[in-house]
Ligand binder design. Structure first.
Ligand code: A2P
Length: 268
């Protein structure tokens, strides 16, 4: 129904997720996840580095939803040694038997450094799908050359203002789905005049316009919020469409020159 897609490994992924980067562990994270699940989100994106997996797990259990109904992503913290052992620790903190998606958080040590351990975690059933984050085109290529189990997603910073077409095209060509983190530019893009103009005309919010842009560009999108009304608002994006003229106008906000610009480390 346009709310999920099938990944290269056959697993289905909901296109809209709540991202919980920088959401403090405890009631703030638990509430955000609870509100998201109540608002119909079926995909939560956390990471070992975020320090809030336990809260995500608690909110998931408290929701009463079946485990299979919610897609859970976590990410391997590349500073630590073993993706397989770290996956087990994540599962304990989350209180689940497996995650749906386990991602290398950034290509520290090189794009292939963690992959054997990621494949072991997959083989052991700790993760149904495995993927990568913050990988450039050349890093994706390098990994694909040696991977026995290919990554099915690459999660990167993506918005009309960071419209990395080269990366999108390359990932699509390899059937690596792109996931957009910071789709609102961590809030900065909500103040853009052109985004606001389109939003005003459609009687939508700037956040909804940016999320909708990502969906129409074929991305999985992970907006973050800790406010209930915003979490709810950000999910109301399947009942309207941007015209191709508005999509083109948003594409034109790109500040990367269409290149595969490397990310700043501080964003991770
Ligand atoms: P908050 O968490 O206080 O609600 P991104 O997803 O690009 O990282 O952006 C997240 C930032 O945007 C957060 O500061 C979040 O604030 C803010 N935000 C998220 N959704 C909305 C919204 N619908 N309206 C206004 N601000 C929002």
């Amino acid at each position: 129904d346009g709310r999920a897609r099938v990944l290269a490994d056959g697993n289905e992924i909901p296109l809209l997720a709540l991202g919980v980067w920088q959401v403090p562990d405890g009631s703030e994270c638990e509430n955000a996840v609870r509100w998201a699940l109540e608002a119909g989100y079926r995909h939560i994106d956390t990471a070992q580095a975020y320090g809030n997996e336990a809260s995500v797990g608690r909110a998931l259990r408290d929701s009463g939803l079946a485990r299979d109904d919610v897609f859970i992503t976590t990410k391997f913290y590349p500073g630590s040694r073993d993706p397989e052992a770290e996956a087990q620790r994540s599962l304990e903190r989350l209180g689940v038997e497996s995650v749906d998606l386990y991602i290398v958080h950034w290509p520290q040590g090189g794009p292939t450094w963690a992959w054997e351990g990621m494949q072991r975690a997959h083989e052991r059933g700790y993760a149904r799908s495995i993927g990568i984050s913050n990988f450039s085109v050349s890093e994706v290529d390098e990994l694909l050359k040696v991977a026995e189990v290919a990554p099915v997603v690459n999660q990167v910073q993506f918005s009309p203002f960071e419209f990395r077409r080269g990366l999108l095209t390359a990932c699509e060509a390899h059937d690596v789905a792109l996931e957009a983190y910071s789709p609102l530019g961590t809030g900065r893009h909500l103040r853009d005049r052109q985004v606001a103009e389109i939003a005003g005309r459609l009687d939508r919010s700037p956040a909804q316009v940016l999320i909708r842009w990502a969906l129409q560009r074929g991305l999985i999108v992970l907006p973050k919020s800790t406010h209930r009304e915003r979490i709810e608002q950000n999910a109301q994006v399947f009942d309207f469409e941007l015209t191709s003229a508005d999509m083109d106008a948003l594409d034109g906000l790109d500040g990367t020159g269409g290149t595969d610009r490397a990310l700043e480390q501080s964003w991770w």
